[in-house]
Design a protein around this ligand. Structure first.
Ligand SMILES: Nc1ncnc2c1ncn2[C@@H]1O[C@H](COP(=O)(O)OP(=O)(O)OP(=O)(O)O)[C@@H](O)[C@H]1O
Length: 322
């Protein structure tokens, strides 16, 4: 199995160094999510790892060979990358796009061998895009296009796959489907996938490992759970006015709590009432006035200070009037 080792790597541009002294490894059957704020250098790192950009210092080794010593075709049999650049081939069909992944293997006339055909068909099925394989790229949605791009890199059949923001511009259903697809690939094929992403909540749920990139700091590595526990995740998304709750991926405002309530009751009702109270600047504490909630016959029932009601808006109105 192919492995990638990064040793003392510095990445950046002639005008500025973006990240220095990076030491990391990537190998079999792992989905790794590279997280960090805009401009921290995620794309620069991915481009450097795939030899699209020269490192400023250090080495990137695949199977203990420096990638700069491998010719393009050889490297393309070991590592595949999907960047965010749009490819201007809208007249091509989905199948033709996936077939492009075979370029390191096809013979000089570009004819498809039996093995090529098999790999292309496998990639199409795995990405569940059979139903659009004859469609033109100009006639498919962003979500379908992203899956076709994954199909192309799967057809390339490399052990290591890098992707720059594979869920950019996708709706929530397609974003989840993309993460499920990537997880199934690493679990069933033993490939390693490294993606840069802004999807904190999905990364927490699907990644085997997170690489957290922060400005002027070493990259922090660990399982989502370890980094959630140690507070590292909240650190990289630090902001004076809000923070990201690493358990839920939700934004929480740092605001003065106006008043706290002793919220008690059923789980689902508790969750949504708590969310509403926090949005309005209230807190939850056993010392506060009691708010009891239930969820009966698919209906919220709350009671507070001699009032009873069935929706959260009424509860907030009563609290606000007090
Ligand atoms: N060709 C370039 N020449 C000089 N600086 C560049 C170049 N491309 C990017 N940069 C700078 O490098 C830094 C890192 O950019 P990069 O695109 O790698 O960040 P990123 O973490 O991928 O950001 P985003 O989340 O917004 O995609 C930024 O300050 C950016 O302005």
């Amino acid at each position: 199995m192919t492995s990638l080792h990064i040793k003392g790597l510095s990445v950046g541009y002639a005008t500025k160094e973006i990240a220095t002294n990076i030491n990391l490894s990537l190998s079999g059957g792992q989905l790794v999510c590279l997280l960090g704020q805009n401009g921290v250098g995620k794309s620069t790192l991915l481009r450097t790892l795939s030899n699209l950009q020269e490192p400023l210092a250090g080495h990137i080794e695949i199977d203990h060979q420096d990638i700069r010593a491998l010719d393009r075709r050889k490297l393309a049999t070991k590592l595949g990358i999907i960047t965010t650049e749009k490819i201007g081939m809208s007249n091509m069909t989905v199948r033709e796009l996936v077939a492009l992944g075979r370029y390191p293997y096809t013979n000089w006339v570009g004819q498809e061998s039996k093995e090529d055909t098999q790999k292309i068909e496998e990639a199409i099925s795995r990405c569940r895009i059979n139903y659009i394989e004859k469609s033109k790229l100009s006639a498919i949605s962003d979500g379908q296009f992203q899956k076709a791009m994954v199909g192309r890199v799967l057809a390339q059949d490399t052990d290591i796959i890098l992707m720059d923001e594979p869920t950019a511009h996708l709706d929530v259903v397609n974003r989840v489907e993309m993460f499920q697809l990537l997880q199934s690939i690493v679990q069933e094929t033993d490939k390693s996938i490294l993606i840069s992403t802004h999807e904190l909540d999905l990364s927490m749920q699907f990644a085997d490992e997170l690489w957290l990139m922060n400005f002027n700091a070493p990259i922090v590595i660990g399982t989502p759970e370890d980094l959630g526990l140690t507070g590292e995740i909240e650190k990289i998304f630090f902001h004076e006015e809000f923070h990201l709750d690493s358990r839920t991926g939700q934004v929480k405002l740092r605001q003065e709590v106006k008043e706290s309530f002793n919220l008690v009751g059923e789980d689902k009702a508790f969750h949504w009432v708590q969310k509403a109270l926090e949005r309005k600047g209230y807190g939850i504490s056993p010392e506060g006035v009691r708010i009891a909630v239930e969820f009966v016959d698919n209906q919220l029932v709350w009671s507070f200070d001699n009032h009873k009601g069935q929706n959260i808006r009424e509860l907030l109105e009563i609290i606000d009037k007090k």
